[in-house]
Design a protein around this ligand. Structure first.
Ligand code: PGA
Length: 257
């Protein structure tokens, strides 16, 4: 049985005070690690230390929204894997659609980041997802395949033991338009089959595939209730405890069903 992962991607939101308040509320809701559901928050870089301190000892884990692939040196503005470990991160999101489409990250860059993160002991959430034009043109699966092939180049089964995939259709991110449960399940099933073909079925059975894109309390249970959906990567609704906690609760309900 795959354990649900509900992850909040705060993006470039919050400040020191509001982030601490949010983290404190989540730590109260998740006082200890749970069997069925993992809870994760991914604040902006400057607040990672303070948020890690805030959730220390609770069931809430901390991740970063990106990382650089070099270990150290003259890379102005970048942040290394060891630095993230040093400030309490367990996870890192790599290849988010905003990194791909706003910052111009390629699959090659994303792959270098995935390799560096895994080598340095961070758990990777690799994001993939098609544009609306890809979907309308009938190219969803080929786009996902290319992102998986590129992002996971040279990653062995052993490397990928903590790998998480997030399927985030770009047209559903921050738009209020959610993929239907059928659209999500179909993409997730495709991704799981891709993993089974590239690796093997034991590995693909264990990899968690999160859905992301306008997840809200009222659609979370149906989306995460799909066979191949193992949690959610939540943007907007992760910024308010009264929206994020019901999404975690939906996963708790499914985990004990
Ligand atoms: P959203 O963002 O929930 O605001 O659509 C999801 C994401 O980009 O991870």
């Amino acid at each position: 049985m795959r354990r649900f992962l509900v992850a909040g991607n705060w993006k470039m939101n919050t400040n020191r005070a509001s982030g601490q308040e949010l983290a404190a509320a989540l730590a109260v809701d998740s006082p200890a690690a749970e069997d069925g559901v993992e809870v994760l928050v991914c604040p902006p870089y400057p607040y990672l230390t303070t948020i890690s301190d805030k959730v220390a000892g609770s069931g809430v884990q901390v991740g970063a929204q990106d990382v650089y692939f070099e270990a150290s040196g003259a890379f102005t503005g970048e942040v290394a894997v060891d630095m993230l470990r040093d400030v309490g991160c367990d996870y890192v999101i790599i290849g988010h659609s905003e990194r791909r489409h706003v910052m111009g990250e390629t699959d090659e860059t994303i792959n270098r980041k995935v390799k560096a993160a895994i080598a340095g002991g961070l758990k990777v959430i690799l994001c993939v997802g098609e544009l609306l034009s890809d979907r309308e043109g009938g190219h969803t699966e080929s786009v996902l395949d290319a992102q998986m092939t590129g992002g996971l180049a040279d990653i062995s089964e052993q490397d990928g033991k903590d790998l998480v995939i997030a399927y985030e259709p770009v047209w559903a991110i921050g738009t209020g338009v959610t993929a239907s449960p059928e659209q999500a399940e179909s993409a997730h099933e495709h991704l799981r089959n891709w993993i089974a073909n590239r690796y093997n079925s034991t590995f693909s059975d264990n990899v968690r595939i999160l859905y992301g894109g306008s997840v809200k309390p009222d659609n979370a249970e149906t989306l995460m209730g799909q066979t191949n959906v193992d949690g959610a990567l939540v943007g907007g609704a992760s910024l308010k405890p009264d929206l994020f906690v019901p999404i975690i609760d939906a996963a708790r309900k499914l985990a004990t069903a």
